[in-house]
Design a protein around this ligand. Structure first.
Ligand code: 13P
Length: 257
């Protein structure tokens, strides 16, 4: 399996302390050395509990957002990267389409959060993706170039080497309609080629994961693409078994490549 392989869960606004404990209990026996890097991104209030429960399991903890500010101060409601790290997190989702669409996150904000995450010792999982209208209007590459371009422009090579990129077509999120393996591979190859224009070595080491209705039954096919390095899983990450099945699909897909 390549070093790029990565499977992360995004619990969104779901879960409870009891759910965290039950999830970790069920996940533990399913983890082995053959699996890719894994992380579970939970609501801020559960980060500490998850990180403690996962201690020694070999699965990382993440938040679902991070402040764009790095210094402590008067930013009511914000959570900084160093606070996340202090609570045991090593990842944070940044620029998820739900935050872009519902909470007004612009490309500039996404860049600020990406950089602040890295400065605070957190690996940002930076999300890009087009809506159905944009796909129907043949604007996929333009949209991705805008979203990714902002990150490429705003970050140094050193910073870029510390991110994970997630391609999440908005029309595939929570709809049960995932991108086809061919669609995912096509866009991942496109994203990697755009990054290669900036730095070839960077493009070869960067993890680009797919998100949008990944389930145990479609994961292996989606992971078949050479440029698809894993998944950012929403709904199916809430159950330990389906999340573990997806990680195992990545391991077995990599084994056959
Ligand atoms: P679903 O897997 O529920 O479609 O969600 C994908 C997602 O948004 C992950 O960040």
């Amino acid at each position: 399996m390549t070093n790029r392989a990565f499977v992360a869960g995004n619990w969104k606004m779901n879960g409870s302390r009891a759910d965290i404990d039950a999830f970790v209990d069920q996940l533990k026996p399913r983890i082995d050395d053959h699996l890719p890097r894994m992380a579970v991104c939970v609501p801020f209030v559960y980060v500490s509990r998850l990180a403690e429960a996962l201690g020694g399991v070999g699965v990382a903890t993440g938040g679902q957002d991070v402040a764009g500010e790095t210094e402590p101060g008067a930013f009511t409601g914000e959570v900084s990267a160093s606070m996340l790290a202090d609570c045991g997190a090593t990842y944070a989702v940044v620029g998820h389409s739900e935050r872009r669409a519902m909470y007004g996150e612009t490309d500039d904000i996404v860049v600020a959060k990406t950089r602040a995450a890295i400065a605070g010792g957190i690996t940002p999982i930076v999300c890009v993706g087009e809506t159905l209208e944009q796909r129907d209007a043949d604007e996929v590459e333009a949209v991705l170039n805008r979203q990714l371009g902002a990150v490429l422009e705003g970050c140094s090579d050193e910073e870029l080497s510390k991110i994970v990129l997630a391609y999440e077509p908005v029309w595939a999120i929570g709809t049960g309609r995932s991108a086809t393996p061919e669609q995912a591979q096509e866009i991942h190859a496109f994203l990697r080629s755009q990054i290669a224009k900036r730095a070839d070595t960077l493009s070869r080491s960067l993890s680009i994961v797919y998100g949008g209705s990944v389930k145990p039954d479609n994961a292996k096919a989606i992971f078949a693409g050479d440029d698809v390095d894993g998944a950012l899983v929403g709904g199916a990450s809430l159950k330990a078994d389906s999340f573990a099945d997806i990680a195992h699909a990545m391991a077995s897909q990599s084994a056959t490549n």
